[in-house]
Every structure is written in structure tokens, then in C-alpha cells.
Design a binder for this molecule. Structure first.
Ligand code: PMT
Length: 434
């Protein structure tokens, strides 16, 4: 996939990007990130902490930008003209990548003991932070509390990613890839035009979902037949998890109620695990009154076995000794419709977004569901073919609401989520202000 798309190009052309680099092995990736911004037409200036210079020399960035790299508050020449304030004003966007645990802690507490953290205090521009550290440091309560503080202030946290780390550990803490950072910033900057009225904080006007509560359901349900068998479907959870990640990236407080899938919850997202449709309903209803937006991506089984056998069901003894095939009937009973239950709430009803998985007449069936389930929006997708739909296959969406629609062309699910979140945000903001 071409992440640095035309969309990113139009976002960054002519923009001034201030790139803060802190200490960590991922500092070398900052040079690649810088080049990505430049390729998209941005002018980049770099500020490095002292620790960052232990990993990459300032000469590297000076050569790439053709500008001096600022490293110290004690630069008499630069500070004669209030250099740190000028830099804060100069930038259209400020990104700290990699952001070490130490710098994140300083940002959270407003400590301004070096040039980079001083600029962060002086800047009113959108700030993006791409953490990079050892997985234990990332998971530490102190770091997580600092990250939560930054998110509450409207600072967008990008990543970190999961995987093998330079220290040999495996887990969450790798700096997101430069292309992903660029695409995420572009997606968020494109939502800038949408403003929610009652938000506060320096990034508030750029992040209308800042502090809003978003609940998503994702993955399949499993409806037990007996202790070892169940009825389910092919949902992998990827679409729901990708959306949860994007909502978290734009500052929402995200709860992901997930059926059994093989995916790690995205950073900063609270996951609640369920198996059956009835468990899904209970988990959703327990917290729904607090939610601003509800997005139902889960592929919920419409029916479940009417009775669940206590022991593993055996073949009919007569069938074992017979060459003749014996049929077995399982009686099914209807499951609760979780989305319909939520959209039918009289009080504290969140903005409701459904998904419709169809094998034919996609738009027609989806419009019926939009009306019958009294939804604010529905995202229709085609399933059942080899090329698109479930799992890591790409998908395309027809997004419908009462008096409008839009299409999102075939792409992978991360990109679909990136494009869909601004659409949901715009409709949500239009609804709450009307
Ligand atoms: O998980 P992936 O592999 O990434 O695949 C993504 C997906 C194809 C599962 C996803 O894009 C999708 O289309 N999800 C909805 C699937 C579905 O069950 O559609 P539906 O037309 O049966 O249901 C309509 C809506 O009602 C859905 O929002 C569904 O979550 C909800 N529903 C349905 C039945 C039920 N008992 N309770 C519900 O809440």
C-alpha cells in the first residue's frame, strides 16, 4: 500500500514541520521520517536532545535539512532573538519522534529543562508524539499515566508498534514506522476542519473527538453447541481493531468489546473479551450509558443453539454401526440484536454506527438496516468472495446515513479505518451541533 498518498502530499506541501528527536536507538529512524516529510513538500527543522546526539550525530540532520540543528537552550546566538519561541511559532506542526519515556514524563509534568521540552511548553501548534522504548518501560504504570495525561491534553500519541526490540525483548514499544507516522498525522490534520464546540486544550480544535468515549464491538461471536463445539463465522476482528486504533489516535477514550480473535489490542484501548452474543450484549450494556459513539463492527451470530449439551455430543450409536448416513438436527433460537438494543435506547443513546456484511445488493440491504435499526450511519461491505471481506483481505465501504452517502475505495483495513474515522467524526459533530 502507498501510505504516503496524494492525501498526505496535499497535507504537507508547503508546511513547516518541527521534528524533535530524543534519545533512543530509534533516533536513526527520525532521518527516514524527515525525508518522508521532505518528499511530501514540507520544510523540516530538527531539535535534538543531548541524549539523542549519543545515537545520531546532529550533522546527519543538518546535512539532510540544509539548516543548523538546534540542540541547546544555551545557544547564546540563537537565544538572543528568543530562538525557542521563534521555533515554536515557526512550526505548523510539531512531532517528537522518537519520544523517550523520559521526555514523555517531562511533557506530562511541564518540565522545561532542555530546548525541546521548552519549545513543547511554548508551542500552540498540534503536537504529535511517537513513543519508542523498551516494552517494560512502555507498560510501566508511570509511563501509561503520563501517556494518558498527554492524551487528555489533546496530544496525539502515534504507536508504539509491537514486535522484536533492539534489546531483544518482544512487545509493545517500537517506534511506529515513518510512513505510518506521516499517514497518521495527515489523517488527523485532514480532520482539522471539523470542530466540536465544548473541547478545551491546545490541540482541541484539531481533535474533535478528544476525550469523547467511543465503544466498538469487533470479531465474531461463538455460540456453543456443547463443551467442545460452537457456531461462528469468519470475522478476524481486523476491521474493528483498525478502527479502535484510529479512534484512539485522534484522542478518543476507546473501549473495544471483542470476540475471540488473534489480535493484540491497540495501544491505549481498553479491551473487554466476550465469546457469545449474550455476553456481548451484557458487556456493551454495562458501559453504554457513558458512551458518545457506538460502532458495531462485530459479526454477531443471529442464532444460537436453543440448548447447550452439558457433555460432548456423541454420534447416535445406531449410526456408528450403520453404513447409512444419519442427519442431526440442532434447534436454533434467535440471539439478541445488540446494535438494535443500543439504538433503541430512550436515554443516553450514543451516536450509532452499524456495519452491514452483504453478499449481494449491498447498498439496498444496508439502507434497509439503517432504517430498520434506526441508525445514524451504516458502513456496507461485500463479503463472501475470495478477494475481499473477512480477515486480511482488502475491502471497500459504502457509507450511508439518512440524507447522504460516501464511498471509500478498495484498500486495506488500516487505511479504510483512517478514511472512515473522519467521516464518522464529521457526522457525529453535525448531529450534536444540530
Ligand atoms: O472482522 P474482519 O475479518 O475484519 O471482517 C470485517 C467484517 C466483514 C466482519 C465487518 O466489516 C462487518 O461487516 N461487520 C458486520 C457484520 C454483520 O454481522 O453484519 P450484519 O449485516 O449481520 O449486522 C448488521 C449490524 O448489526 C452490524 O453492525 C452487527 O454488528 C449488528 N448486529 C447484528 C446481529 C446481532 N445479533 N447483533 C448486532 O449487533
Amino acid at each position: 500500500m502507498e501510505l504516503t498518498s496524494l492525501h498526505s502530499r496535499s497535507t504537507f506541501a508547503g508546511k513547516r514541520v518541527l521534528l524533535g528527536v530524543t534519545g533512543g536507538i530509534a533516533a536513526y529512524k527520525a532521518a527516514v521520517l524527515l525525508r518522508e516529510f521532505q518528499k511530501l513538500g514540507a520544510t523540516v527543522q530538527v531539535v535534538m536532545t543531548e541524549q539523542a546526539q549519543q545515537f545520531v550525530g546532529s550533522m546527519t540532520f543538518a546535512a539532510l535539512t540544509n539548516m543548523p540543528v538546534r540542540t541547546s537552550l544555551n545557544d547564546e546566538q540563537a537565544e538572543l532573538s528568543m530562538g525557542h519561541i521563534e521555533l515554536a511559532r515557526w512550526a505548523d506542526v510539531f512531532i517528537i519522534a522518537p519520544a523517550s519515556a523520559n521526555t514523555i514524563a517531562k511533557l506530562a509534568y511541564g518540565i522545561a529543562d532542555n530546548l525541546l521540552t521548552t519549545i513543547a511548553l511554548a508551542s500552540e501548534k498540534p503536537l504529535f508524539v511517537a513513543p519508542a522504548m523498551n516494552q517494560k518501560m512502555w507498560a510501566h504504570t508511570a509511563t501509561q499515566e503520563n501517556i494518558a495525561t498527554l492524551r487528555q491534553r489533546g496530544i496525539a500519541i502515534i504507536g508504539p508498534g509491537n514486535g522484536e526490540q533492539a534489546c531483544g525483548d518482544v512487545g509493545s514499544g517500537r517506534m511506529s514506522e515513518p510512513e505510518e507516522i506521516v499517514a497518521t498525522i495527515a489523517a488527523q490534520m485532514s480532520a482539522d476542519v471539523i470542530q466540536a464546540p465544548e473541547l478545551s486544550g491546545s490541540n482541541a480544535e484539531h481533535l474533535p473527538l478528544l476525550g469523547k468515549k467511543v465503544m466498538l464491538t469487533a470479531g465474531p461471536t461463538r455460540e456453543p453447541i456443547d463443551p467442545v463445539r460452537y457456531i461462528s463465522n469468519h470475522s478476524s476482528g481486523r476491521m474493528g481493531y483498525a478502527l479502535a486504533e484510529q479512534f484512539a489516535l485522534v484522542g478518543a477514550e476507546v473501549t473495544l468489546v471483542s470476540g475471540p480473535v488473534c489480535l493484540q489490542p491497540p495501544a491505549g484501548v481498553t479491551k473487554v473479551s466476550i465469546n457469545s452474543a449474550e455476553q456481548l450484549l451484557a458487556a456493551v450494556m454495562a458501559q453504554i450509558s457513558e458512551q458518545d459513539i457506538f460502532v458495531s463492527v462485530a459479526a454477531v451470530a443471529d442464532y444460537r443453539p436453543a440448548t447447550v449439551a452439558e457433555q460432548k455430543m456423541k454420534k447416535n450409536p445406531a449410526a456408528i454401526n450403520s453404513a447409512e448416513k444419519q442427519n442431526l438436527q440442532i434447534e436454533l433460537t434467535e440471539n439478541p440484536d445488540i446494535l438494535r438494543t443500543v439504538s433503541g435506547l430512550m436515554h443516553d443513546r450514543p451516536f450509532c454506527v452499524g456495519f452491514a456484511a452483504e453478499t449481494e445488493k449491498v447498498v439496498e440491504h444496508a439502507r434497509n438496516k439503517l432504517l430498520n435499526k434506526r441508525l445514524d450511519m451504516i458502513c456496507a461491505n461485500q463479503v463472501g468472495s475470495e478477494q475481499i471481506g473477512f480477515g486480511d483481505k482488502p475491502n471497500a465501504l459504502e457509507v450511508l446515513w439518512q440524507d447522504g452517502s460516501t464511498s471509500i475505495a478498495m484498500t486495506d483495513k488500516t487505511d479504510l479505518a483512517r478514511q472512515l474515522v473522519p467521516v464518522i467524526t464529521e457526522r457525529y459533530c453535525a448531529t450534536i451541533t444540530s
